[in-house]
Write a protein that binds this ligand. Structure first.
Ligand SMILES: [Zn+2]
Length: 444
């Protein structure tokens, strides 16, 4: 009996670690709705955070707002032994760059980097927006609280930094405040340009834009529903890649979609009380957000946001009209809900930053054969790999098999034609990379 016990115990422990990790529950529990409420209130009290608003005043306008955000990150950093590298990233945008830029403006983002111990140049990013607007997008003086759009996302990002800065991660995490969103996604564009110049290896961005409203204009009230927007395939794909998809599949399996599936799966595992809705599109119909500049440049990026929007409380002058109170004011933000969506971000950033990188190349074979075959590039830091598959009509990776520390495997009896497949890398604590859809074909 004794002889048997040890291997069985080891097996059980490994198995348990692969399922859940207590630190993820600790992270969820550490996110505070009170602190988010305090920070949203502070942001609202800057009067307006319009991109073209005052930058001199100590109490009003976007200048004061971004200095406060930087000071919060600095404060967090001093409590974690200077674990955050905090800086501004800025670009001058000239008058008439578009109709919403009515004067020259310095678009300034606030960047806080928590440096990874093993992969310092790999980054998972959480962003919120600093700026706000009213009905007229060029009005930079009127009261524009932007409590939900997007002080909620900004406050969530600061709170995630407070929580995650207590831990050390293998990959880097960036907490990002972006400006110029309402004027045409200028902050995101500037940040992407600078990331390209620095050669950042970006795992993906979680763009949080409106994470605090639970009462929809459709009459639905839900504090559990939320949306994960992801585009199907990157706009940067080549004509050859587009053509390959006709024969090998992948229409709904781009890198942003895999990131969305990762978040969806993690939420189902660790926060079963929430209802993540994967939305198969870049963003809301005809509308935009700050993950797009990242997608435009070929990086994975998703938008995380409330499921039931209220259009009378976005981009509105504060007023009462026909008995309806318009305006994006503090009273409409549900801080417990914002807390939960902040936790969604935090656990996924932690999981990705504790996981090894995804395999770069994944080859698939098995044409006119009874079994699907795989070969993938070895990942430094991976202790094993997992092959996923699903019915071609399923949105989620429903089947998986952990195959250990090998770089090729045959799934006996699984016919290549009837499923979609992917491979992830697994690290020592069971944390996994994003799933990689096959990007090369084995002919035999
Ligand atoms: Zn907006």
């Amino acid at each position: 009996m004794r002889k048997l016990l040890t291997p069985v115990l080891i097996f059980c422990t490994t198995f348990l670690f692969a399922q859940t990790d207590q630190r993820i529950y600790d992270i969820i529990n550490a996110v505070s709705s009170e602190r988010i409420e305090k920070d949203v209130t502070t942001l609202v009290n800057f009067g307006t955070r319009h991109t073209l608003s005052d930058t001199i005043s100590k109490t009003k306008g976007i200048g004061a707002a971004r200095r406060w955000i930087k000071s919060e990150f600095d404060k967090i950093s001093t409590t974690c032994g200077n674990c955050l590298e905090v800086s501004y990233q800025k670009d001058l945008v000239k008058k008439d760059a578009n109709a919403r830029i009515v004067k020259d403006v310095e678009v300034v983002n606030v960047v806080a980097i928590q440096r990874g111990t093993k992969y310092p140049n790999r980054y998972i990013i959480m962003s919120g927006d600093i700026d706000s607007r009213v009905s007229d997008p060029t009005n930079f003086t009127s009261e524009s609280p932007g409590a939900n759009d997007n002080a909620s996302g900004m406050a969530g990002t600061i709170e995630a930094a407070r929580v995650l800065s207590k831990y050390k991660f293998e990959s880097s995490i960036i907490y990002l405040g972006l400006s110029g969103e309402e004027q045409g996604l200028f902050g995101g564009q500037g940040l992407v340009k600078s990331a390209k110049e620095k050669g950042w290896d970006i795992i993906g961005i979680f763009n949080n834009d409106m994470i605090g409203n639970i009462k929809g204009v459709d009459g639905i009230i839900s504090n559990t529903d939320f949306r994960i927007f992801s585009e199907p395939v990157p706009p940067t794909e080549t004509e050859r890649e587009r053509n390959m998809r006709r024969f090998y599949g992948g229409e709904v399996d781009g890198i942003s979609r895999q990131l969305a599936r990762y978040v969806h799966n993690n939420v189902k595992t660790y926060m079963p009380e929430m209802n993540p809705m994967m939305i198969y599109r870049l963003d809301r119909f005809g509308r935009g957000g700050h993950h797009r500049p990242f997608n435009d440049a070929g990086y994975a990026g998703i938008r995380i946001m409330e499921a039931h929007e209220n259009y009378t409380q976005q981009h509105q002058d504060i007023r009462v009209e026909d008995g309806i109170a318009y305006g994006d004011v503090l009273e409409h933000v549900n801080f417990d809900y914002a807390r939960n969506l902040t936790a969604v971000n935090a656990i996924n950033m932690a999981s990705l930053a504790w996981a090894p990188p995804a395999p770069q190349e994944v080859k698939i074979g098995g044409i006119v054969e009874p079994s699907a075959k795989f070969e993938w590039s070895k990942v430094d830091g991976a202790t094993g790999y997992k092959i996923y598959w699903r019915d071609t009509t399923s949105p989620t990776w429903d089947h998986s098999r952990y195959v250990g520390d090998v770089t090729e495997f045959t799934l006996e009896g699984i016919v290549i034609d009837n499923y979609f497949f992917g491979v992830s890398a697994v690290g020592k604590d069971g944390f996994e990379s994003v799933v990689v859809f096959p990007n090369a074909i084995m002919r035999n």
